[in-house]
Design a protein around this ligand. Structure first.
Ligand SMILES: Cc1ncc(COP(=O)(O)O)c(C=O)c1O
Length: 395
């Protein structure tokens, strides 16, 4: 049976994790894997999560199924978290999913049922999993210009110029905030323009929101989503709670749909539920129960917001420190973009030889292309060693 299967390529990030783990050098630095780390190199369980888990454990009386859409209180909580106080919430539906990936998968299946002849446009570059998820659903996938590889900022003129040519046969995937892998953010003006173009030319916005709260603030990171919702008739959002609640392994996310009318969006929701039924059926409960309890208990919510702010501040402070150190070491502003990027990632735009040299000669593990997770730098010593390594391989 299985001998007819073609071998599959190893995921480059999983491979990198293995290489890092087996590297005996005590000075090794992991800026590859995409999870938040504290200054001890740990990905801790948030205090708010622990407290919520204890309360859930003490109060729970059943493990019966939660239903295809998951917990409706969680779904409403996610609508509030993502869309804030905006009007028009009667046009929104939400369905609990296993992680952000589950949301991407279901939304893509539903959209393909609705419009199989459309092309999905992703940023160049984008997160490695976007292509396989969209192609698996059946879509053609193409890319629009995004990163200016010289300045490491978004090439907004080129991006908007390409997007302005798209229309009713197109879906445009946008990273809601904290772009993975580049770290380069769209300006508010550019979000406004994307919304205007979508409203005028009819392309469909599809937002991947995996890092709300990791960039500037919970509300600022939702600027794009909220702006689009005000301007367009319909759109979808794939949200993840893996990062901002540190619930990676619990698999909790949400598929959100905005429709022209509540009847139209109900159709989208029922098709999402059919897609869920034919794959995993019901989502796991625990992570969503934790998020729901935190967001609806004033004490837990306040603890969570404080913890999320601390994570964000650690990222922002590491960004500033890295830029300062590199400015000093190179006597140039070449690496200043690291400070201006948002979220955990920055794409340094390195070639294969340079990332290989980082790993082999300096024990620094970065993803191909030079994507670094700034939160992987534990302390000043690691930050300094990382900066030295980067200068050595790029000069
Ligand atoms: C851009 C982006 N989208 C979606 C996800 C999905 O996250 P998860 O399925 O772990 O919630 C990730 C996780 O790395 C991501 O970086």
């Amino acid at each position: 049976m299985f001998e007819k299967l073609a071998p599959t390529p190893e995921d480059p990030i999983i491979k990198l994790i293995g290489l890092y783990k087996n590297d005996p050098r005590s000075n090794k630095i992991d800026v590859g894997i995409g999870v938040f780390k504290d200054n001890n190199g740990n990905t801790p369980i948030m205090e708010s999560v622990r407290l919520a888990e204890t309360r859930i454990h003490d109060a729970q009386t059943t493990k019966a199924y939660v239903g295809l859409a998951g917990d409706e209180n969680f779904n409403q909580t996610m609508i509030d978290l993502i869309f804030g106080d905006h009007n028009g919430k009667e046009r929104i539906r939400a369905v609990q999913t296993p992680g952000g990936c589950g949301a991407l998968r279901l939304l893509s299946d539903m959209l393909f049922r609705a419009a199989s002849d459309r092309t999905i446009w992703v940023s160049d570059p984008t997160w490695g999993n976007h292509y396989p998820v969209f192609r698996q659903a059946g879509f053609k996938v193409d890319s629009y210009p995004y990163l200016n590889r010289e300045t490491k900022t978004v090439n907004e003129d080129e991006m908007l110029s390409k997007i302005s040519q798209l229309g009713t046969n197109d879906i445009v995937l946008l990273h809601g905030c904290c772009h993975n892998p580049t770290g380069a953010e769209l300006s508010e003006e550019a979000w406004d323009e994307v919304g205007n173009l979508a409203a005028k030319n009819g392309f469909f916005p599809y937002v991947d929101l995996a890092y709300q709260g990791f960039g500037n603030s919970l509300s600022q990171d939702a600027y794009g989503v909220r702006t689009l919702m005000e301007k367009v008739e319909s759109m979808v959002v794939a949200a993840s709670c893996s990062k901002n609640f540190g619930l990676y392994r619990e698999r909790v996310g949400c598929a959100l749909m905005v429709g022209k009318t509540s009847e139209e969006v109900d159709l989208a929701r029922s098709n999402i539920l059919t897609a869920a039924r034919s794959s995993y059926s019901m989502p796991p409960d625990h992570g969503a129960a934790v998020v729901n309890l935190i967001m609806n208990s004033p004490d837990l919510k306040s603890t969570w917001e404080t913890e999320l702010t601390a994570m964000r501040n650690r990222i922002l402070s590491l960004r500033k420190q890295a830029s300062d150190v590199l400015r000093e070491k190179t006597d140039s502003e070449k690496w200043d973009f690291i400070e201006h990027h948002r979220g955990m990632f920055s794409l340094l735009v390195l070639n294969q030889e340079q990332t290989d040299a980082l790993m082999h000669e300096h024990a620094v593990y970065a993803v191909a292309g030079g994507r670094i997770n700034i939160a992987g730098l534990r302390n000043d010593e690691q930050l300094n060693a990382f900066a030295d390594a980067l200068v050595a391989v790029t000069s």
